[in-house]
Design a protein around this ligand. Structure first.
Ligand code: ADP
Length: 498
């Protein structure tokens, strides 16, 4: 009988790298987390040292293996989920990156996007091919910037001497001993260079951004063998057999395998994704169309719509750290329940503008409806409610774009642990909310993809059966009352728009 008892997810996030051990029942047995340095060379610029990414990730992996006394015979496969869009260019002959990674948050390439994409016809063509709205966020302009600004880089790239990768690709390349230069469709779909209909790097886009095709990784299915470990500090011969960008990984980890299923992650920001089956739904509400991770054997590309809220849990942090009216984020739950309602107070946390469906970068935050009786409990409640209203707006937009209704909203992320927020969200959506016992769905998704990719699990039915002990929040509010509250929110948003 096989000794292989586990799969491992390498969860490479923006501020830390984690390695997560998952057993055959789908339980997260243990994890090791290593934070790494954020580099801010100029206002608006964000970088990571690729070596920091690598060594924090490998350090967490080797510590996890040592802690449980595991070797290659115990591990059926490794999956990777990663911060998306972050861009690394390196020289495969030495393995050395030509510069620091440009992180997804970095805004340095705004002038490139303005120069290349300000013609509405070009922007429309980019959206039609990639499902994305042109933005410095995606990898394309970041690669162009590196080629134009690192001395000699363009020449070397044109001579076929440099490789590009998102973080998954870089980790895979290093872990496979430099043998495999590949990515998966979920990560490829965030580069703004990948045609999500033909499933190929798009020559017109590569040309627009001046990127040689020889730099681009091969795109392989998210679940299936990419290669095997071959790196000094790591046991050799473990299959590397699952890859997905973090949000698509969470969608998979939530067992959203079919059209109409959706998840929202309530973290610092919020990310809502709805599976749209084999339909690449085009958004008319500033959402992006992206590729969902697929189980082996699906036989067609699966798509998702994605929308994000810039300020989610960050609003709670702001109330704790800047206003000082709460001591901890979890405290907001009891505070919110200590009052019957917000007393008419709304908070619109448009600190950095408003995203979909409003899309106003100049909007600014506001608190309205204050009276002499307003106290910190009302503000805490209004803050939690504002997270729910923002998700309400995104769900509304997504249902319109997808042409279908959501049945259930699956939730995860740090703030999803707040039962008041979860119940209020269910109430104003008028739909049930489902929170899995294990809200670490991002790493679970990578573990599932790896486990399916190496035959550790047989198929998605087995994964669905493993999913137990969800907490379900069913709507309790009268729909008329919910409508009145949502109308109040929309009035508040109108005041925040510039
Ligand atoms: P990220 O992965 O984006 O860093 P997490 O998923 O760990 O974030 O969630 C952390 C965020 O959730 C923080 O912004 C924090 O303010 C918020 N948060 C955590 N716990 C709660 C809670 N019980 N109630 C409300 N907000 C919370």
């Amino acid at each position: 009988m096989s000794r292989q008892r586990y799969v491992i997810a390498l969860d490479q996030g923006t501020t830390s790298s984690r390695s997560v051990l998952v057993d055959h029942d789908g339980h997260m047995v243990d994890f090791v987390q290593r934070p790494f340095q954020q580099i801010y060379p100029h206002p608006g610029w964000v970088e990571h040292n690729p070596q920091d990414i690598l060594f924090s990730q490998l350090g967490s992996l080797t510590e996890l293996l040592q802690r449980h006394n595991l070797d290659e015979k115990d591990i059926a496969g490794i999956g990777i989920d990663n911060q998306r869009e972050t861009t690394i260019v390196w020289d495969p002959s030495t393995g050395t990156p030509i510069a620091n990674a440009i992180v997804w948050q970095c805004r340095r390439t705004e002038p490139i996007i303005r120069r290349l994409c300000s013609d509405p016809a070009v922007a429309a063509k980019i959206q039609a091919k990639t499902g994305l709205l042109p933005d410095p966020y995606f990898s394309a302009s970041k690669i162009a910037w590196l080629l134009d600004n690192v001395p000699g880089a363009r020449k070397r790239a044109e001579a076929g001497e440099l490789l590009f990768g998102t973080v998954d690709t870089y980790l895979l390349w290093v872990l496979s001993g430099g043998l495999v230069h590949a990515t998966d469709p979920t990560n490829a779909s965030r580069t703004m260079l990948f045609n999500i209909h033909t499933m190929r790097w798009d020559p017109w886009l590569l040309d627009l951004f001046g990127i040689p095709a020889s730099m681009m990784p091969e795109v392989r299915p998210s679940s299936g063998e990419f290669g095997q470990t071959s790196y000094p500090a790591v046991p050799a011969g473990i299959p590397l057999c699952g890859i997905a960008g973090d949000q698509q990984s969470a969608l998979f980890g939530q067992c959203c395998f079919h059209a109409g299923q959706a998840k929202n992650t309530y973290g610092t920001g919020c990310f809502l994704l709805m599976h749209t089956g084999d339909q690449a739904a085009k958004s008319t509400h500033q959402l992006v169309t992206t590729i969902a991770a697929s189980a082996p054997g699906v036989g067609h590309t699966e798509y998702a719509l994605e929308g994000s809220v810039f300020v989610g849990g960050a609003l709670i942090q702001w109330m704790r750290d800047e206003l000082g009216i709460i001591h901890s984020a979890p405290e907001t739950e009891a505070l919110a329940r200590s009052v019957e309602d917000t007393g008419g107070v709304y908070i619109v946390p448009a600190f950095t503008g408003l995203g979909a469906p409003y899309w106003d970068p100049d909007a600014r935050g506001l608190i309205c409806g204050l009276t002499r009786g307003t106290g910190r409990a009302h503000l805490a409640r209004a803050a939690l409610e504002s997270l729910a209203y923002q998700i309400y707006d995104l769900v509304d937009a997504m249902q319109a774009d997808a042409g279908r209704q959501l049945d259930v909203l699956n939730v995860d992320g740090g703030a999803s642990k707040n039962d008041f927020l979860a119940q209020f969200q269910a109430d104003i959506l008028g739909k049930p909310l489902r929170r899995p016992e294990n809200i670490e769905t991002t790493s679970l998704g990578a573990a599932y993809l790896a486990g399916l990719g190496c035959g550790f699990w047989d198929g998605i039915d087995e994964l669905e059966d493993m999913r137990q002990k969800d907490v379900v929040f069913t709507p309790q509010m009268n729909p008329g009352d919910a409508e009145i509250l949502v109308n109040g929110w929309h009035k508040a948003v109108q005041r925040a728009l510039l």
